[in-house]
Design a protein around this ligand. Structure first.
Ligand SMILES: [Zn+2]
Length: 422
């Protein structure tokens, strides 16, 4: 069992003593990534002179339901309300994925025009825009005011708040029951998850569908996506724990579907108990997870060993290039990049700078490793020898956009699952 982090040292959060979903008390340590800052807290020049809070970042598994999760929760007001700079529409791959997703859902469940769709963690409103284009009424809920404001400016009505029973009540009174409640890459972020699910239950139409999309734990283990562990991601979803969890609320996971985005995600379809036909995919995935050994100690220990080896290999590669006198920079500055940089201790001694597309991040510094962030254009102007792609899930798009870097002799390094030069 784990010894949980000492609360007194970290007043901005709390150590977890039971499972995020099933409340089981037996949590086993899988991987310790050390002390890490809030991975979305890209620092301004002024903030470089201020103290930076670090929090324990450890992956544990619940012995009761099998959910992989972290065992220290940073106060969500710190995580989302201060400086949350992730914009989901920033990549072409992301945008077309969400547009497609909206179309697929409408078709799959024959959602009539003028129905209400609510998106939780709606960010800048990309998914809702997809629904709106198909003639549906849309409403977003997101506590991150910087990005939610952008959605509002683009004509997507958004409630700036954490979703729970209270917000659900307000929506019910003013807008009625939605046919679809969606949450992409948000379900595993919610701290007060019971209140959120109770809110969904109150709100959802009798025949309505909750659509959750989240990185899939098997892909996460197989592709060694340990950098996606950070304090915003409370849990790493898989079918068995999700199925068990919704049962507790009189709801039912009735279908699952695998999608490619974010290094392999799973889409979970949930409805009121008995409202939808139970699709065979649910049982198939439960079996698949057992066959894979997702809930077995030895498989998870092996994962931790592979992560430790990846770190040694990546640092060795970068240091040997430095020794040859090569110049290396980082391309893209996603939150996950900060887990990788901090865990591998990669700072300005190795990377001269990072480049980014997001205007919100340009001019800032990576938290904990303090690497300056410039516009993507600087990669082509400066022509370093190597560029480490931190948003490896969008590697193809990034390499396409920056094809002239390679044409001029530069090389890309993709760090995950194993470091490779391309
Ligand atoms: Zn559990």
């Amino acid at each position: 069992m784990t010894t949980s982090p000492h609360n007194d040292f970290y007043p901005e959060g709390k150590a977890v003593t039971c499972c995020h979903m099933c409340r089981g008390q037996q949590l086993r340590l899988v991987l310790d990534l050390g002390l890490q800052p809030h991975s979305d807290l890209f620092l301004t020049a002024k903030q470089l002179n201020e103290p930076l809070s670090l929090y324990p970042l450890r992956l544990v598994s619940c012995l009761d339901c099998g959910l992989l999760q972290i065992d220290f929760l940073v106060d969500p007001r710190i995580l989302y309300q201060k400086e949350y700079l992730y914009e989901s529409s920033i990549t072409e791959t992301g945008r077309s994925h969400y547009n497609e997703m909206a179309k697929e859902i409408i078709e799959k469940f024959s959602v009539p025009k003028d129905s209400l769709v609510i998106d939780l963690g709606s960010n800048v409103g990309v998914l809702l825009e997809g629904f709106k284009n198909q003639g549906l009424k849309v409403l977003g809920v997101d506590p991150a005011s910087l990005v939610a404001q952008k959605a509002i400016e683009r004509g997507i009505e958004t409630i700036i708040d954490f979703f729970g029973i209270e917000v659900a009540d307000t929506i019910l009174k003013t807008k009625g029951k939605p046919k679809i409640i969606s949450g992409t890459n948000v379900f595993a972020h919610i701290h007060e998850i019971d209140s959120a699910v109770e809110g969904m239950k109150i709100l959802l139409d009798e025949q309505g569908v909750i659509v959750i999309e989240a990185p899939y734990a098997i892909d996460f283990i197989e592709h060694l996506e340990y950098d996606t562990i950070y304090h915003q991601h409370v849990g790493y979803l898989s079918v068995r724990p999700v199925q068990k969890y919704f049962k507790r609320f009189g709801m039912e996971l009735f279908e699952v579907e695998h999608v490619k985005i974010h290094g392999g995600s799973l889409r979970y379809y949930v409805g009121h108990e008995g409202a939808h036909l139970l699709h065979p995919s649910v049982a198939e995935y439960v079996l698949k997870e057992d066959d894979f050994g997702l809930y077995k100690e030895e498989i998870l220990n092996l994962f931790a060993k592979r992560v430790q080896k990846q770190r040694i290999d990546l640092i060795t590669l970068l240091l040997s290039l430095k020794k040859e006198g090569k110049r290396i920079v980082g391309v893209s500055a996603p939150a996950k990049g900060n887990t990788l940089l901090n865990y591998c201790h990669i700072d300005t001694g190795i990377l001269d700078f990072l480049t980014e597309k997001s205007k919100l991040k340009i001019g800032r510094f990576s938290p904990g490793t303090f690497i300056p962030i410039h516009d993507d254009a600087k990669l082509l102007e400066d022509r370093p020898d190597y560029a480490l792609i931190l948003a490896w899930n969008f590697a193809d798009e990034i390499m396409n956009n920056m094809a002239s870097f390679k044409e001029n002799g530069g090389k890309f390094i993709i760090p995950i699952p194993y470091p490779k030069i391309v």
